[in-house]
Design a protein. Sequence first.
Length: 64
Amino acid sequence: MSHSHGNTPAAWTAVTVAMLGFLVGAVGLLFNPVNMVIFWVGAAITVASLVVFGVMAKLGYNES
């Protein structure tokens, strides 16, 4: 395993975006009745974190 495993700008950014997606999705579930549009927007943001990581890794931000 690499010395910088998980401690790169790409990893931190992807985790931050994923956490934002989970937060948005959770807020959608708090409404009464549940707001599925907000929930699915949160899910899409969470999936987008993988794209963000891939792009940043290709740009070289996944190296220490």
